[in-house]
Design a protein around this ligand. Structure first.
Ligand code: NAD
Ligand code: LMR
Length: 325
């Protein structure tokens, strides 16, 4: 067995937290040979509920679970943390956009950024799930100036997985046959799910599914999938969000599948004309615990205008919280 790593999950008593904590503790994220210290952070009124989650985690007797703690003190929860999975935030209800949550949720991420800055591992890798995820990640990053800014990311893996599944369903193939899906930009209704580089069993995907389906069905379906789940379930996606969070950290830590890429919202380095620093979803590959933005993909005018629209929205969100940056 390796040396334990410390993982902090915020919002552990919530819907996603409940689906996530058990899979993380069981070794599905970092492997069966990786012991885990699990720190659960909740707000004070949810400590009773989270104590039940702790009981159930013990009751699973996972071989990979070395130690569990639950607290409402961010400085305890993030102490020496190697991976921070920032889930705890208010979810939207029917009829809301994710950015409607910004003012309410932003202060959570400024406070947690400050706490991580003081006590987390200097190499902590941060995944923000709480919405609006890209801008919340930017807020946490800017409040943690002592940490590596490159290690602040936001989750668009759920959109990526949704996009992959929609193509597989349309083409009548296995998900494994669909590669090189891209989600560009914001985890919001302006995200751009791009199939120009995707393949189905090695053939160009657009040639199989058709340009009209791509523009009129695929793009809006992936963009609005979160709202469709809320409409159907009355509450936002939870198990699929937890699965995507596992995929995001798994691939970042242990490497993405060879011959493919994944989508992660990461601080731009200026790639594809996206201003440096904006937390924007790109296609990335991961190796040795580092992600790299896939370079040199040709971008046509249709894609460029979609990529610009989602970039513009991120700039607006950033301007709306400039006091916290
Ligand atoms: P939920 O309401 O079921 O749970 C949220 C939990 O967070 C609650 O238990 C709450 O007590 C806790 N919390 C609130 N403030 C906190 C704080 N300061 N510190 C620690 N915990 C805190 O919500 P959920 O369904 O689990 O969703 C959580 C967030 O994830 C929402 O913002 C939702 O919109 C977002 N989400 C994002 C994606 C994505 O793809 N990026 C997907 C699904 C949901
Ligand atoms: C999702 O995409 O399912 C989440 O961001 C929840 C939401 O508000 O849509």
């Amino acid at each position: 067995m390796k040396k334990p790593v410390t993982i902090t999950i915020t919002g552990a008593a919530g819907n996603i937290g409940y689906a996530l904590a058990f899979r993380v503790a069981s070794g599905q994220m970092l492997g069966a040979d990786q012991p885990i210290n699990l720190n659960l952070l909740e707000i004070s009124p949810a400590l009773g509920t989270v104590s039940g989650v702790v009981m159930e985690l013990h009751d699973c007797a996972f071989a990979t679970l070395n130690r569990i703690s639950a607290t409402d003190d961010a400085k305890i929860a993030f102490r020496d943390c190697d991976y921070a999975m920032l889930v705890g935030a208010r979810p939207r209800g029917p009829g809301m956009e994710r950015k409607d949550l910004l003012l309410e949720n932003a202060k959570i991420f400024s406070a947690q950024g400050k706490a991580m800055n003081e006590v987390a591992s200097r190499d902590v890798r941060v995944l923000v799930v709480g919405n609006p995820a890209n801008t919340n990640s930017l807020i946490a990053q800017r409040n943690a100036p002592a940490l590596n800014p490159k290690n602040f990311t936001a989750m668009t893996r759920l959109d990526h997985n949704r996009g992959r599944a929609q193509v597989a369903l349309k083409a009548g193939v296995a998900v494994a046959d669909v590669r090189h899906i891209i989600i560009w930009g914001n985890h919001s209704g302006t995200q751009y799910p791009d199939l120009h580089h995707a393949t189905i069993s090695g053939k160009p995907a657009l040639g199989v599914v058709g340009d009209q389906w791509f523009r009129e069905n695929y793009i809006p379906t992936v963009q609005q999938r979160g709202a469709a789940v809320i409409k159907a379930r009355g509450t936002s996606s939870a198990a699929s969000a937890a699965a995507a969070a596992i995929d995001h950290i798994h691939d970042w830590a242990l490497g993405s599948a060879s011959g493919d890429w994944v989508s992660m919202a990461v601080p731009s380095d200026g790639s594809y004309g996206i201003a440096a620093g904006v937390i924007y979803s790109f296609p990335v590959t991961c190796q040795n615990g580092q992600y790299s933005i896939v370079q040199g993909l040709p971008i046509d005018d249709f894609s460029r205008s979609r990529m610009q629209a989602t970039y513009d929205e991120l700039c607006e969100e950033r301007d709306g919280v400039k006091d916290l940056l």
